[in-house]
Design a protein around this ligand. Structure first.
Ligand code: GDP
Length: 477
């Protein structure tokens, strides 16, 4: 749909002068009353960090909300994208290796895969994409950059060890991102394996097994011996069937960078997963703060490709600079525009403006509430289990005109880097009750734009959160 320049400016919250200047920079000469088409609107919005969704503009850094405005009839099924998470030594790497080696898409390059950061396997004639970097550090980092790369999380738990701290962190991350979890109970070959114990423990984390009337699939595997892997892949496909992942291959591509490195001969080599559209050799892309033209493209079996479809991981060359894991890329028709956007982003970053990413703060809550955000996301850290439970209970009861509090993590202990990264990725505010962050953590939070609020009286905390939800809180500067 076309929109008047003035209307676009209004919905983006910028002045007419600003938008006209921006359009001029992109090579489009207009006046306020002239109409511009969807592509142009999207270009301007995208460049300013927004993505358009049904006339409503949202922040592109919040990839979770990114809806592609595609006609239902253009959508086709795409492979699920799976991330493996879990505690150290529970077998994530072994599992990824076993799947990679045993299930390489048949008939391609003799089945020898290379590590490019992601790979695809085929089962029952359908593909599954795996992110080949285990652990939630990568997952969180990408999410903090706005990339929603994962459709499904496989949570690996060693049957002889049970739930450990990083198991819990992984659960928090997946649940905060609203990603379905499949539990792989690993090391079933060990005599000391106790899968029932794992199920019992995990039931406390909203992961009641299907076998016990819950919603979470559990699959017993031995990553080392290759047992149960077929079942795991079947379950992934079952979940994927239900979630019904789709994309439109007939549009310019968008997607995410999984990893990147500098190669002596080839320059910047980046692994990217296409989220939507079809990526082609020769496409101009903007990618984070850099840009380029896709020079070569290959898959994880080194096979040369000319095109990549949604959910396909590819290794590409042709970028001028190193992107970062989690950077979002978009194909852009005009090479000059791609360069301009990238250069402007670089300039903005130099000015430190990109650091000013919109993050949650109590003061902006009201504005966000108006914009349709219905919850205030909190992480609660406290000195005792009792005080945390009391605080959490009271906060969760607050309900101001349909707005409510969603506590995604609550635990005893100091405020840590891990809390900050989860908060950053989830747009959450951290509440400290009788605990404080170290100065390093505080600095990190500041950099990531994460707000930490400290309390030592429960009712004070409740009062302030309630006030925030009412939009009555005085701005703090
Ligand atoms: P990660 O840290 O989660 O990536 O764990 P690794 O994949 O590196 O595995 C840690 C250790 O557990 C290694 O010594 C593996 O050989 C072993 N391991 C992984 N899966 C299994 C399994 O299914 N059975 C047994 N017995 N050992 C396993």
């Amino acid at each position: 749909p076309n929109m008047k320049v003035s209307e676009v400016a209004e919905s983006l919250g910028i002045s007419n002068a600003e938008i006209i200047k921006k359009l001029m920079q992109l090579g489009v000469m207009t006046s306020v009353n002239q109409s511009i088409d969807r592509d142009t609107i999207e270009l301007v919005a995208l460049d300013m960090g927004f993505e358009i969704q049904d006339e409503v503009v949202t922040d592109i850094t919040r990839f979770d909300e990114m809806k592609f405005e595609d006609d239902e009839k253009d959508l086709i099924k795409r492979a699920p994208i799976v991330t493996v998470m879990g505690h150290v030594d529970h077998g994530k790497t072994t599992l990824l290796d076993t799947i990679r080696h045993s299930r390489v898409v048949q008939g391609e390059a003799g089945g020898i895969t290379q590590h490019i950061g992601a790979y695809q396997v085929e089962r029952n004639g359908e593909k599954i994409t795996f992110i080949d970097t285990p652990g939630h550090a990568a997952f969180t980092e990408m999410r903090a950059r706005g990339a929603k790369v994962t459709d499904i999380t496989v949570l690996v738990v060693a049957a002889d060890d049970g739930v450990m701290p990083q198991t819990v962190e992984a659960i928090h991350h997946a649940q905060a991102a609203n990603v379905p979890i499949i539990v792989a109970v690993n090391k079933m070959d060990k005599p000391s394996a106790n899968p029932d114990h794992v199920m019992t423990e995990l039931s406390n984390y909203n992961l009641l097994p299907e076998q016990w009337g819950g919603k979470t699939p559990y699959v017993e595997v031995s990553a080392l011996k290759g047992k149960g892997i077929d079942t795991l892949l079947d379950v992934i496909q079952l979940v994927s069937e239900i979630e019904d992942y789709k994309a439109n291959p007939n549009r310019l591509a968008t997607g995410t960078v999984v990893e990147a490195r500098l190669d002596k001969g080839r320059g910047v080599v980046a692994t990217m997963i296409v989220a939507n559209g079809t990526l082609k050799v020769g496409d101009n892309i903007v990618c984070g703060n850099t840009y380029g033209k896709i020079r070569t493209m290959n898959d994880d079996t080194k096979k040369r490709l000319t095109e990549a479809i949604p959910s396909q991981p590819v290794e590409i060359t042709g970028l001028f600079d190193m992107p970062e894991a989690g950077d979002i890329f978009v194909s852009i028709v005009d090479e000059r525009q791609a360069r301009q956007i990238a250069e402007e982003r670089q300039a903005r970053q130099r000015e430190g403006e990109l650091q000013k990413q919109k993050k949650a703060s109590l003061n902006t809550m009201f504005a966000e509430a108006e914009a349709g955000q219905k919850e205030l996301i909190l992480i609660i850290k406290g000195d005792t289990q009792g005080s945390i439970e009391a605080l959490k209970g009271s906060l969760e009861k607050i309900n101001v005109e349909g707005l409510h509090v969603n506590v995604i993590r609550s635990s005893v202990g100091a405020i840590t880097e891990s809390d900050v990264s989860l908060a950053s990725a989830s747009n959450a505010i951290i509440i400290g009750f009788n605990v404080r962050p170290t100065s390093a953590v505080r600095e990190n939070a500041k950099q990531q734009g994460v707000e930490i609020r400290l309390y030592n009286i429960i009712y004070k905390a409740i009062e302030e959160i309630e006030a925030a939800l009412n939009g009555m809180l005085e701005p703090e500067f």
